[in-house]
Design a binder for this molecule. Structure first.
Ligand code: NAD
Ligand code: UDP
Length: 323
């Protein structure tokens, strides 16, 4: 059955892949974005599809439409972008959640929240399971994002219990792939762009902090499966690749795979940078019958190819450095 689906933040890295997948599954997609960190370049290839509509809108303002499902992804996701205007980041998460939940309640749609492993903060439990409450500094530099996303989860659960809204909460761990913003400071895109330009690889701290990197295709599959679960399953559910790497290992891998002349350049570790992160995905395996399939080398290969093409494109500077 063709469903009508709203994707907020659909012009961003993850949202654009999700729109693509929903369209190829035969659904009608309305993509809402204010283009703060997203770009029309990410969705230009979808514009000829008559079942794809674009709406320029800021999710902090109410929005009215008739849809069957809502994927709520609108929120800057990289530290430099979400710290650029921290008050706006909190508003986007919290007011955006209120607006999307209010909409879902009125039109009886299912609504899925793109939450984050950042709700665990700098975790004292490893790997992280959904029942861990986290270790977040509420007044630190990351708080606008972490606490905004935590408050959004609270709102989702409140609308579920109080108003029977059909909700799903997904806690996404570090995800990478084509269409990441080349200049948003996230580690995979940063290292690849630096390597392709033979510039210094900026390694923060001593590089012993860990992350678990998930390729975009695995995440998109999990979105579809989570939305399709029965109404009694709300999550939160961790979605990530449990393969854990130190950031130094990641730098070395990218140096090797690109054959760059770049050297590692050590820089201070930002405040509140989590020292380790790795999802326990047993709940996702059980409830969604899902686990990631793309190993780091294969995902990096595709991502390196994408950035290699992008850097050669004459429109590149114009698209990403004009703002
Ligand atoms: P992104 O920055 O590429 O995409 C976010 C999109 O939201 C952009 O298109 C941006 O323009 C839009 N947006 C921001 N504020 C908005 C507002 N007020 N109104 C309307 N649109 C707005 O980031 P992404 O990596 O694609 O992340 C998408 C979602 O997934 C975010 O909610 C993020 O918190 C979550 N997430 C991402 C990761 C990851 O590793 N990429 C990890 C955990 C959670
Ligand atoms: N990082 C780094 N060099 C960079 C960008 C990031 O060493 O140029 C480190 C960062 O300090 C963190 C890890 O890589 O420990 C992941 O950073 P990212 O911003 O991608 O994601 P997050 O910290 O939100 O997981």
């Amino acid at each position: 059955m063709r469903k009508r689906v709203l994707v907020t933040g659909g012009a961003g890295f993850i949202g654009s892949h999700l729109c693509e997948r929903l369209l190829s599954n035969g659904h009608e997609v309305i993509m809402l974005d204010n283009y703060f960190t997203g770009s029309k370049e990410n969705i230009v290839h979808l514009m000829d599809n008559p079942y794809f509509e674009m709406v320029r809108h800021d999710i902090t303002q109410p929005f009215f439409i008739e849809v069957d499902e809502i994927y709520n992804l609108a929120c800057p996701a990289s530290p430099i972008h979400y710290q650029y205007n921290p008050i706006k980041t909190v508003k986007t998460s919290v007011m955006g959640a209120v607006n999307m939940l209010g909409l879902a309640k009125r039109i009886k749609a299912k609504v899925l929240q793109a939450s984050t492993s950042e709700v665990y903060g700098d975790p004292e439990v490893h790997p992280q399971k959904e029942n861990y409450w986290g270790n977040v500094n509420p007044i630190g530099k990351r708080a606008c994002y972490d606490e905004g996303k935590r408050a959004a989860e609270t709102l989702f659960m409140n609308y579920y219990h109080q108003n029977n809204v059909r909700i799903k909460i997904m806690r996404i761990f570090n995800t990478y792939g084509p269409r990441m913003h080349p200049n948003d400071g996230r580690v995979v895109s940063n290292f690849i762009v630096q390597a392709l330009r033979n510039e210094d690889i900026t390694l923060f701290g001593d590089g012993s902090q860990t992350r678990s990197f998930q390729y975009i295709d695995d995440l998109v599959e999990a979105f579809i499966r989570l939305m399709d679960t029965g109404d009694d399953f709300t999550g939160p559910v961790n979605i990530g690749n449990p393969g854990e790497f130190t950031i130094k290992e990641l730098a070395e891998k990218i140096i090797e795979m690109t054959g760059t002349r770049s050297k590692i350049h050590y820089k201070p570790l930002p405040n509140d940078d989590p020292m380790k992160r790795k999802p326990d995905i047993s709940l996702a395996k059980d409830k969604l019958n899902w686990e990631p399939e793309v190993v780091l080398e294969n995902g990096l290969k595709k991502t390196i190819e994408y950035f290699d093409e992008l850097l050669k494109n004459s429109k590149y500077e114009d698209t990403y450095y004009r703002r």
